[in-house]
Ligand binder design. Structure first.
Ligand SMILES: *Cc1c(COP(=O)(O)O)cnc(C)c1O
Length: 369
């Protein structure tokens, strides 16, 4: 592995394959796997990982917004793509790019029917979203008649699936609530199956649902965070491999005398002779100010070096007193020896926010370790 010579986010495609195989091993063979690749593949490299997932045999992709789906099509991806949160202004672009919308309310369902009819579509695949307790998006159980009537009113589209989303699949204290969500979802689906005369696929599980609710996999599971190597749970984390490693280098080393201060607002004051390293990444790269003032640190030649002072826009400074290192040496921010979940916790956040927050100016590098 060549050493980093600038700030890079390394994406390990072999780790992705490992995580994919692990998640596949948790479902029956006939359950489809939908890879959730919204937000640039959870901050990785969406085209790179989508191509790898196609090679691995993924059945479906999901993105949040229409433009993310269009980007996948432009990258040459031909697999079906569910758009989880489309806006009606994008419905023509959805059809143009063969994307499949989630329709979650009477308003968007009616709007999509109108667009599909105007374009003389027949059986255009759509996905009907039900709200079973998250209270974010979706038709309620009381609206099943509305859904049935609207679906029966047109030939322009056809439900490819019914789905819902769990609120707390990673939290065992909420098991009863989760089971109630699954029960409600099953009831809605059965009622609609009877009345529609055909059977769209059903799916409700995200990554933690795949792990914790094996009897609720239905026809497909939607996994995001697990593919990127996080299990929302220590024992599952052990089975997975984070695909991303954020690396940088030492730009410059300074020797501070006792009493000198460092960085904006002089937030760090040397209590003794201190050796510091300046690194080329900051809050504009996704290392937010929460990590500063010794709350988190980086790894240099196997040693922990705390981030001192305030995080700047394009730089952080770390305390390297007693660490054998020189300008140009590689630095690991997270990944490898420092698990991203651990790093995120020091900034009062979770892996999802940390990895999706690494900004687009950090170069992505695909590797196969
Ligand atoms: C983001 C998202 C997922 C993926 O969840 P993970 O916890 O990352 O596996 C699944 N379904 C919906 C509706 C989502 O918005």
């Amino acid at each position: 592995m060549p050493k980093a010579r600038e700030t890079v986010l390394e994406i390990d495609l072999n780790a992705l394959a490992h995580n994919y195989d692990y998640l596949r091993s948790k479902t029956d063979k006939d359950v489809k796997l939908m890879a959730v690749v919204k937000a640039f593949g959870y901050g990785s490299d969406v085209a790179g990982i989508a191509r790898k997932l196609v090679e691995l045999g993924v059945d479906y992709f999901a993105v949040a917004y229409t433009d993310e789906g269009i980007a996948l099509r432009q990258a040459g991806i031909e697999t079906p793509i569910l758009v989880l949160h489309p806006q009606s202004v994008n419905f023509e672009a959805i059809i143009e790019n063969c994307l499949e919308p989630s329709l979650y309310s009477k308003f968007v369902l009616e709007e999509f029917i109108e667009t599909a009819e105007r374009q003389n579509q027949k059986n255009y695949p759509v996905h009907i979203k039900f709200n079973t307790g998250l209270n974010r998006l979706g038709f309620s159980e009381k609206e099943t008649q509305v859904v049935r009537d609207l679906l029966k009113s047109t030939e322009a589209l056809k439900a490819a699936s019914f789905f819902s989303h769990l609120a707390a699949s990673e939290d065992w204290r909420e098991r009863e609530f989760t089971l109630l969500q699954i029960h409600t979802f099953r009831n809605i689906a059965l009622k609609l199956y009877d009345e529609l005369g055909y059977r769209p696929m059903l799916h409700i599980c995200n990554t933690s649902g795949v792990i914790n609710y094996p009897r609720a996999h239905f026809d497909m599971v939607r996994t995001g965070i697990g593919l990127y190597g996080f299990g929302n749970d220590e024992p599952i984390d052990q089975k997975l491999r984070p695909i991303a490693t954020l690396k940088t280098i030492i730009s410059q080393i300074h020797h501070m005398k006792k009493g000198e201060t460092l960085g904006y607002n002089r937030a760090f004051k040397a209590k003794k002779v201190t050796k510091t390293a300046t690194l080329p990444l900051g809050h504009a790269d996704g290392i937010n100010r929460q990590y500063g003032n010794s709350r988190a640190g980086v790894i240099i030649n196997g040693n922990y070096a705390p981030i001192i002072g305030n995080v700047c826009m394009d730089m952080i400074m770390v305390d390297i007193t007693g660490i054998d290192c020189e300008e140009g040496d590689e630095v690991i921010v997270f990944g490898g020896p420092q698990h991203a979940t651990e790093f995120a916790a020091k900034g009062n956040t979770i892996s999802y926010e940390l990895i999706t927050g690494i900004s687009q100016r950090v170069k992505r590098v695909l590797v196969s370790n």
